[in-house]
Ligand binder design. Structure first.
Ligand code: GCU
Ligand code: CA
Length: 444
């Protein structure tokens, strides 16, 4: 995918109303943490050449004989951890990578041919500013490979397509079921029970599942569609939950909402397709916080995305409802892209509005919305303040691109964006988004 990155750095990018901007300029920095300075359940050895520093961690050969590093991220956002290891045997030394207590992936650490041959395995993740623990936790009786160091790179700017950016990186980040071993579901009953389980789970959806009503989704779930996975007739109710991600699913003909998020935090809705539904496609409400809605496609549908359901709900919602919407494709849909109450700052960037019939973004009831780098085509009303009976919010618009569209209504200032992100040039957003948004564009 061709991308032109423009990193948020320079005050001269600001147009229109003043906005305090603290989305950090992404400047990649790498810090090395040597194993000899970390916690090693075993010994620090130096008998196999090729290591850096004064030694390496030779872990005790046992399940759970971990090496643990304390690392510091100077900025929030996309990061990577490169782990240098040697395994002089021919058996994998399988190891969980646990960051701040969450297992983010499992690495196999295959044989490297000799104890003096060192290799590197890299893990991509999001790190918030501050201190973190990175624990390498072996899951087999042979224990760890020998570990030389980890290199932690932060501030890399736009992560690879498919990475998590935005509000769902905050408040602890969103990892869903993490490294849990996947369960594949092919029926409504299996899906219903997997979603509501109290354990962390990776749920793979296969084929077309017909269902009705709303299926309750509990905490710590990754719901991932296999190629072609489709949910017909029902929706997901992410309620009183945290740490949920939903990726690569097609939802159609739902009777209520396709995805309803309420009293929930740390939610990522990514690369799904939504069409022909009844009420909302992705509605977020009732003090929910820290969500990212990215790379989804919406078509043949009216009420697309509500953020905050009622003018009477300030008590629960003020200070919450912080959501990022980016790289979504609004393909001839009607209204609410999104319709925002109370949340500030809400971030709407790099979306493609193609023939939106009623309106794009509405900022209402004191909300603050940053509308940035979007491509509006054949959309008479790209954004405005207030909507229906709801009073106005504030809205800062900058660097948007308009083709046969109205010019939008902005006003006031919005709170600063706390995370790093890269911004595509708005005129490229139509091709980027139509080339990448929706289910079936990634494999998960
Ligand atoms: C050998 C080798 C160690 C290694 C160990 C293992 O003892 O010298 O460096 O850690 O094997 O199998 O774990
Ligand atoms: Ca060892």
């Amino acid at each position: 995918m061709m991308k032109q990155l423009r990193l948020i750095a320079c005050a001269s990018l600001l147009t229109g109303a003043f906005v305090a901007l603290s989305g950090q300029a992404a400047q990649a920095a790498t810090v090395r943490y040597e194993a000899e300075s970390a916690q090693c359940t075993g010994t620090i050895d130096s008998d196999h050449a090729g290591f850096s520093g004064s030694g390496f961690c030779n872990g005790t050969n046992a399940v759970g004989a971990a090496a643990q590093f304390s690392v510091t991220a100077p900025v929030s956002g996309a990061a990577s951890i490169a782990i240098r290891y040697a395994n002089g045997t021919t058996t994998n030394r399988t190891t969980q990578v646990i960051v701040d207590g969450s297992t983010i992936t499992t690495l196999s650490f295959a044989g490297t041919g000799a104890w003096t041959n060192w290799a590197t395995a890299t893990v991509n993740l999001n790190l918030n500013t501050g201190n973190h623990t990175v624990r390498l936790n072996p899951t087999t009786a042979n224990g760890l490979a020998n570990i030389d160091f980890i290199d932690v790179t932060t501030g890399g700017g736009n992560p690879q397509p498919g990475g998590l950016v935005g509000w769902a990186t905050q408040g602890g980040g969103t990892t869903g079921g993490g490294g849990a071993s996947p369960t594949t579901v092919t029926s409504a009953s299996a899906l219903t029970s997997a979603l509501s389980s109290s354990s962390a789970a990776v749920i793979r959806v296969s084929g077309t599942i017909s269902c009705s009503g709303m299926l309750r989704v509990a905490s710590n779930k990754s719901v991932l569609g296999n190629a072609g996975a489709t949910i017909v007739g029902c929706g997901f109710n992410i309620s009183e939950a945290s740490n949920v991600l939903v990726r690569n699913l097609t939802f159609r003909d739902w009777g209520d909402d396709a995805i309803n998020v309420q009293y929930s935090t740390r939610v990522w809705i990514d690369h799904n397709t939504f069409s022909n539904g009844s009420d909302g496609a992705v509605d977020i409400k009732r003090s929910s916080d820290f969500a990212t809605v990215s790379w989804n496609r919406f078509f043949n549908h009216d009420k697309t995305m509500l953020l905050g359901h009622s003018d009477d709900n300030a008590g629960e919602d003020v200070g919450h409802l912080r959501v990022t919407y980016h790289h979504n494709w609004f393909d001839g849909t009607g209204q609410r892209h999104p319709r925002v109450r109370f949340g500030n700052p809400v971030h709407v960037y790099n979306n493609y509005y193609g023939g939106v019939t009623s309106y794009g973004v509405a900022s209402t009831e004191g909300a603050g919305v940053l509308v940035e780098g979007n491509y509006f085509e054949n959309t008479d009303d790209p954004y405005h303040l207030g909507e229906g009976d709801s009073g106005p919010g504030t809205l800062v618009a900058r660097n948007n691109f308009f083709v046969n569209s109205g010019s939008g209504q902005a006003g006031g200032s919005v709170a600063s964006i706390p995370y790093s992100y890269g911004l595509d040039t708005a005129s490229n957003v139509k091709s980027i988004v139509t080339g990448g948004a929706g289910a079936g564009r990634i494999s998960v």
